[in-house]
Design a protein around this ligand. Structure first.
Ligand code: FAD
Length: 497
């Protein structure tokens, strides 16, 4: 049994269409430094001589594979070149070359940006996937290369008996995830991924390599913790304070079709009363009628989880049609949530290659659930009759104990994030986007206009306020200070007007 999103999509008959490669990537705007010009005037031959790794331009055979990111909808993106960086000096060389030429540049780590912002047309892509080592220190801190993917991070940390609260998809990059916050199954117990950040090494627009922390460039350190990938500079490595890997009890309760309003109503009150050890999400499959599943985990034994699940069932007023509880060590639990439970780490890593297999064509957006909703039926009515998958991830616990102004992640008091996700094909993209936008805008009337920057939505109304709330002005000041020439501008970047 798999309970990750991919499995859920397929069992619900909502799976993304086959990853056909006829692209229909979204519209792009270019850097204000570069608007109206033809090809980027970077001297790629000179740049290539400075890099020990490849600099791949469109004439080269590896270009079509190298430019692919996770979502096949962006397969028609045509970057000017991709620099496979191995050292911080390589990143400095790329940043300096782009800055000198006034050419667009973007970092790419895991390549999972929902809007394809790590693969813009005509830009120099700084590919960090070759900088992915994970080193665990005796004091429990871990230095993780920006190009590492989550399954590699979990596996390497587990080898040292450690863990990091992070996301579930094995191929998501630690970089994009951390820079936008980082929500996952251990968040209520140990905080967001960005809450465990001790320091980061990065290259800013002036080409300078900096190590930022609470005591060195604290404004930048503040901004990196939730201010969103692509802003402020290019991070090359992160140092995290990891935790001792816990034993976990994972669970899944499937509820009968037609019971979503009652289940959601009970679930949202239940999570408020749960200990930090308990994390859960409510997944809704839109349909006629819609159906839902509550999945999650408990930091501790199943014997302590079971009475909490009995309480959930009581509050929903519905008996689940199926109930699964299993105990796992931390790494196996992460594999389970990643959909890799029945695979070795090597096979799971294979799945994480992200370029050729197991890619998903989708459009998605989000809303923030600040408090339990008075009338859950209203929410359900938005999804009824639609082929949509909705993931509502519980927050609070350790996430809510950090003040909103203490890091750039603004949604500290939120009860949950809600992600609206539609699998599609390139041909169905316009219709899926229209349907998604309609649902998002209907939800605004019920939930308000907040959104999670890691589920970045190119069509999000009032996007800067939605992602950053009261932290927006300070974030813009930091971006202006470290990137006054707007080198790292992209359509929803903090230096974008
Ligand atoms: C299948 C799937 C599952 C997901 N699950 C979760 C989850 O469980 N929890 C969660 O919180 N989020 C989740 N996400 C969202 C994910 O956190 C974001 O999409 C994140 O931005 C991906 O990071 P990346 O490095 O893979 O992507 P990329 O596309 O490489 O980067 C994303 C953005 O960050 C910038 N960036 C990349 N690397 C760097 C760098 N080194 N320095 C500076 N900027 C950089 C890029 O330019 C781009 O703007 C999921 C996404 C997908 C597609």
């Amino acid at each position: 049994m798999l309970i990750n999103r991919r499995a859920f999509l397929h069992t619900a008959g909502l799976g993304a269409a086959a990853a056909t490669l006829a692209g229909c990537g979204g519209t792009q705007t270019t850097s204000p430094l570069h608007q109206g010009t033809a090809d980027p005037p970077i001297d790629f031959r000179a740049l290539a001589r400075k890099l020990p790794g490849l600099l791949i331009t469109p004439e080269q055979p590896g270009y079509d594979l190298a430019r692919r990111s996770f979502n096949p909808l962006f397969d028609n993106r045509t970057p000017a070149a991709l620099a496979q960086c191995r050292r911080i000096e390589d990143v400095q060389a790329c940043v300096s070359a782009a800055a000198a030429a006034g050419a667009p540049i973007a970092a790419r780590s895991g390549g999972h940006s929902y809007a394809g912002y790590s693969t813009p047309n005509r830009a120099l892509i700084v590919d960090l996937s070759g900088m992915s080592t994970v080193e665990v220190n005796a004091d429990g801190t871990a230095v993780i290369g920006a190009g590492a993917r989550l399954i590699d991070v979990y596996t390497a940390l587990a080898g040292a008996g450690r863990c990091l609260p992070a996301g579930s998809c094995p191929s998501v990059g630690i970089a994009g995830l951390t820079l936008g916050g980082g929500i996952g199954v251990l968040s209520r117990k140990y905080g967001l991924t960005c809450d465990r950040l001790v320091s980061a090494t990065m290259v800013t627009a002036d080409g300078i390599a900096r190590t930022v922390s609470a005591s060195a460039q604290p404004d930048l350190f503040w901004a990196l913790r939730g201010g969103g990938g692509g802003n402020f500079g290019i991070v090359t490595s992160f140092t995290f304070d990891t935790v001792v890997a816990p034993q976990l009890a994972v669970f899944q309760l499937d509820f009968p079709a037609g019971s979503v309003a009652e289940v959601l109503g009970g679930w949202q009150q239940w999570i408020v009363d749960m200990p930090d050890e308990l994390w859960s999400k409510c997944n809704i499959s839109g349909g006629s009628p819609s159906s839902c599943t509550v999945i999650g985990c408990y930091v501790g034994p199943a014997s302590a989880l079971n009475p909490l699940l009995a309480e959930l069932i009581r509050r929903t007023g519905n008996q689940p049609t199926s109930r699964t509880v299993a105990e796992y060590d931390c790494l196996d639990a992460m594999r389970y949530f990643a959909g890799c439970a029945d695979k070795s780490t090597a096979q799971c890593h294979d799945q994480a290659s992200g370029r050729q297999r197991n890619r998903e064509a989708f459009v998605a957006t989000s809303r923030i659930v600040t408090e339990p909703v008075a009338d859950p039926a209203k929410i359900v009515s938005v999804f009824d009759g639609r082929r949509v998958f909705v993931l509502i991830d519980g927050l609070r616990g350790a996430v809510g104990r950090v003040r909103s102004a203490d890091t750039a992640f603004p949604h500290r008091g939120a009860l949950a994030t809600m992600q609206i996700y539609l699998g599609t094909s390139p041909a169905g993209r316009a219709a899926a986007t229209a349907s998604m936008s309609e649902m998002r805008d209907q939800l605004t009337g019920i939930l308000g206009g907040g959104a999670y920057v890691n589920y970045i939505d190119a069509g999000m109304p009032n996007w800067a306020q939605a992602y950053y709330g009261d932290n927006l002005m300070r974030l813009r000041q930091v971006a202006q200070r470290y990137d006054p020439g707007r080198l790292f501008t992209f359509p929803q970047g903090l230096t974008t007007a």
